[in-house]
Design a protein around this ligand. Sequence first.
Ligand SMILES: [Zn+2]
Length: 245
Amino acid sequence: MTGSNRFNRGFTFGSSRYAIGIVAFTAAVVVVSIVAWRRYHHVPKLPNGTGATPSVAVKPGPFVPDPPGILIHHSDTPASAHGKPFDAAALDRIAAQRGFSTTFEGKVYHISYHYVILPDGTVQKGRPDHCQGAHCPRYNNWIGIVLIGDFQSASKRWWPTQPTDLQKQSLVKLCESLMSEYHIPPENVRRHRDEHETWCPGVRFPYAEIVRELRGYSQEHAETRTRQQLPALIASAGNSKVIVH
Ligand SMILES: [Zn+2]
């Protein structure tokens, strides 16, 4: 009995010390984790002069590899409002209010698209090509191009109600250039509505006409179809340099 009591006392004493050790260790781990989490999730301040205050935290966006495709949108807006054009700057301000903000290589971007095409054919830059977009779930590593206009509403409430000739020309040229640069086949140039429940870029967007032109371009530019062959080409080339253009 005595031996057993002594054993129990000893065991209890040992357990308390053990328990205190565990508690202290756990507390230390929690404190270190909280400090690390706060550092990692530090919210950078917006640079002065943007005039924009995003409603959510601005987190660094991931660097994405070469975009595998292009998605086309319409802005569903008029060409201008209150005397100001609906352009990349206007879309940037709207996106900032909605909280579509990210940082990339030290710069803050709000606009969710990579390119904007105005009714006069001007092409404006949005996010950098390798900065993830915010224009379509699951397709934000694709290039997002938006044409300013309303190509959907039955009342044709806003001009342009269909892409202008200058917009179409710029769109085709831009797509061709991106297809060559990133080895994008014409079947990967799609409408927003092809990948998401939306009418965007509207029923009056002449998709068949655009794709026909891009197919013709692809026939003459083999680099637009080399994406799938690249790994095999590189493997078979060994140490020698592969030139795909
Ligand atoms: Zn869209």
